[in-house]
Design a protein around this ligand. Structure first.
Ligand code: FES
Ligand code: FES
Length: 157
């Protein structure tokens, strides 16, 4: 066991863990942030997507030792009160079905909009290609991303 310090959703945390414990388990089991989901465990589905220093990463394959000293944002920290343009667009487009993949989808989409505030359809397709949805909500996800891109409100990360 070793100690690791990192910042999650703007708060500094020091945790004890094995160095190779995935960030996903530290977030869920030690910090109680259950919004980030476990799907495949091998960076193939996107359910565990969070932001590391502002960019989307797969938390299931990030050893906590590699995250030490860095800045993580989870779905719980994406906005102050669920008012990120993507979260609002998700509601307005009624995107989720079972919901399991959706936090990963939103975190991936937030990374896309931070880089491309007005993404083309091709940019949306490319950015979202690694986020799987067994319920097949893909068309609604794309509509919501386009809606959020039109929204004037700020996009926090
Ligand atoms: S659980 Fe991390 S990508 Fe599937
Ligand atoms: S909404 Fe069910 S897996 Fe995507």
């Amino acid at each position: 066991m070793a100690r690791f310090q990192f910042v999650v959703n703007g708060r500094s945390h020091t945790i004890e863990s094995e160095a190779d414990t995935p960030l996903l388990w530290v977030l869920r089991d030690q910090l109680g942030l259950k919004g980030t989901k476990y799907g495949c465990g091998v960076a193939q589905c996107g359910a565990c997507t969070v932001h590391l220093n502002g960019r989307a990463v797969r938390a299931c394959v990030q050893p906590i030792a590699a995250v030490a000293g860095q800045r993580v944002v989870t779905i719980e920290g994406l906005s102050g009160g669920g008012d990120h343009p993507l979260q609002q667009a998700w509601i307005e487009e009624n995107v989720p079905q079972c919901g399991y993949c959706q936090t990963g989808q939103i975190m991936q989409a937030a990374d896309l909009l931070s880089q491309h505030p007005h993404p083309s359809d091709d940019q949306i397709a490319e950015a979202m290609a690694g986020n799987l949805c067994r319920c097949g909500t893909y068309e609604r996800i794309r509509r919501a991303i386009r809606r959020a891109a039109r929204a004037p409100a700020k996009r926090s990360k």
